[in-house]
Design a protein around this ligand. Structure first.
Ligand code: GDP
Ligand code: MN
Length: 336
């Protein structure tokens, strides 16, 4: 099983391989300062495809990549470095011993590189100082011990078939793994169930945010309803600025977050909210709308129907927010 870069990096940090600070996101966010936005795809070659971008505007960079259909992003601190090393570990099929493959010139063109060398560490003994000495001498950098130890641990304790760092950047803070490629042996996955759960835990429920170029913000629950709302806005002569699908069973926090996300887009003049309550409860949605609307001071047009509809309507009406009976009239008023 091939792991995503961010999953591989989590294991790197568990085994003591230094990585840059970062966070995984599933929609555009604004991280101040210079950062690296990295599309999380299982294919390599992202650098050449423009899917690894250094930027001071993480929000727009992520919005752009989302238009290409990418949904998961790693945002990392920018680390300047003057050298990139290639290093990986895999089992030598012939001898059954672990081997370290290393090149002083790593980076995106490693396939063409001719200065790759292999160092075998016999399985019947531990890693010795002289093993690492030889590698360090070859690449001209002292300080590979934690990296080599971590990679071997990935092979021997985590059943990795391949653990690759390309590039390993040489920075003022020492060597940092800027990328990860980890393949776990499918036949051994049962031994690592806990780890796999841990890696996958953070993925949130299926919400999604997409930016367009009009001036109406749209929030719906479920892809079908959200798209239908967008189509209605267009049919009625409007132009959507962005949309947020809060997914199924959205709670108050999620709805408030959606309003903030949609509403902080400077192009958005008005926000249309179209919620059909099922598992999603209208009273929760109403509280979320109030909360979100208190932070984003733009006119909102709400259509809210389904489970706990009366409670939801009461909460909003009391706060002076009109609730429309159908999407047509809500959008009609928004476009007036
Ligand atoms: P790949 O092309 O899919 O293997 O993606 P990488 O993660 O290896 O990124 C491609 C290139 O972008 C690397 O070779 C680096 O030169 C550069 N890069 C990646 N991450 C960072 C980072 O955090 N900081 C800097 N300065 N450059 C990076
Ligand atoms: Mn790479």
């Amino acid at each position: 099983m091939k792991l995503y870069e961010y999953e591989g990096k989590k294991i790197f940090s568990i085994v003591g391989i230094p990585i840059p600070k970062g966070q995984v996101v599933y929609s555009p966010v604004n991280v101040p300062g210079k950062v690296v936005v990295k599309a999380q795809l299982l294919e390599g070659g992202r650098g050449k495809r423009g899917l690894v971008r250094v930027t001071e505007d993480s929000f727009s960079t992520i919005s752009d990549m989302m238009k290409e259909g990418i949904s998961t992003f790693l945002i990392e601190e920018f680390v300047s470095h003057d050298r990139e090393i290639y290093i990986s570990a895999m089992m030598d099929r012939e001898s059954g011993n672990p081997m370290i493959i290393i090149s002083p010139n790593g980076g995106i063109n490693i396939e063409e590189s001719k200065d790759v060398r292999t160092f075998v560490i016999p399985l019947d003994r531990t890693l010795m100082r002289y093993d690492v000495d030889a590698m360090e001498k070859y690449v001209g950098y002292r300080g590979l011990t934690p990296i080599v130890q971590g990679l071997l641990k990935l092979l021997l304790e985590y059943d990795a078939e391949l653990a690759e760092i390309n590039p390993l950047a040489i920075t003022e803070r020492g060597a940092l793994a800027l990328d990860s490629k980890v393949i776990l042996d499918d036949n051994a996955l049962f031994r690592h169930e806990e780890l796999l759960n841990e890696l996958r835990r953070e993925k949130p429920a299926s919400d999604s945010y997409v930016e367009l170029d009009g001036d109406i913000g749209i929030i719906g629950n479920g892809a079908g309803l959200t798209m239908a709302t967008m189509d209605l806005v267009k049919l009625m002569g409007g132009n959507p600025a962005d949309f947020f699908d809060v997914g199924g069973g959205a709670d108050m926090q999620k709805v408030a977050f959606a309003i903030e996300r949609v509403g902080t887009n400077p192009r958005v003049k008005k926000i249309v909210i179209n919620i059909f309550g099922g598992i999603t409860r209208c009273d929760e949605v109403a509280k979320g709308i109030l909360d979100g609307h208190s932070k984003v001071n733009k006119p909102i047009y709400v259509r809210l129907t389904g489970t706990k509809e009366d409670e939801g309507k009461e909460i909003l009406t009391k706060a002076g927010i009109k609730v429309y009976e159908d999407a047509l009239s809500a959008i009609g008023d928004a476009l007036r």
